[in-house]
Design a protein around this ligand. Sequence first.
Ligand code: 5RP
Length: 290
Amino acid sequence: MADNDSVQSGKNFGIETPQKTEGYFLKGLSHLDWGMKDRLSGIFNQQSGKTVMLAFDHGYIMGPTSGLERIDLTIVPLIEYADCIMCTRGILRSVVPPTFNKAVSLRYSAGSTILTDLNDECIMDIDEAVRLNASLLAVMVAVGDPKHEGLTIRNLTKTVDAGTKFGIPTMGVTAVGKELVRDARYLAMASRVCAENGAHVVKTYYCEKDFEQVTNSVPVPIVIAGGKKLPEKEALEMAYRAVNEGAAGVDMGRNIFQAKNPVAMIKAVREVVHYGAKPEEAFKKWLAEN
Ligand code: 5RP
């Protein structure tokens, strides 16, 4: 126990220096609690304000799709270049070494696969997310899906409630049904619904026309999915346009792990997202590594 006799009175109160009240670097999130901000600061780079998330959760609806047959061989070598990894608990426990210390965006909703009817999902137990040290809870939200819209929005709401108890932020992932058009009007609607229901981050798709309307109508950071595999230069152009039109980064899967030389590709994506490299410059660097 400290000895009371030797306690010295404090002298250095910095009277001339008012304590700084720091803002927070991520849009719409300055009123969050410390734990939430700490986790988000591990996902988004504080200098660029952006993130390169590496998504490889596809197996939960698609099984061993191309590039994800052996995650230990294809994905593990990419993890060191990602700011955050997005995957299921099954892959996290069985394949991802716990020594990377990367932020984890945990696939928190699960349900039907591409073989039946997508989006018929439930959510996990929050204790499991805490045990896995998740930094973000990713939940599918199917706005406009006549069968599952209500269910998936309830899943989002319950996730935000559970995550808030433990300081873990939630990411609403906008799912696009086969019959819905991925235009700015739809993406703004779906993304805004996620934010209105408490999502701290929204993952959606890029659209060529009026994407700024999507990013501007959503009060929290948006990250874009890569979508189906594109030629490498086009994927870099999409990432460039998305961040220049207000996205806070990418949560990209197939356009990285199905690329020729995935390590070179994730490095090129980082150049674009964090350092504002033009797509042509980043593409040249990618080419040089092939
Ligand atoms: C699946 C997802 C994927 O993580 C997401 O689509 C990102 O991957 P890709 O860049 O391959 O589209 O959310 O539900």
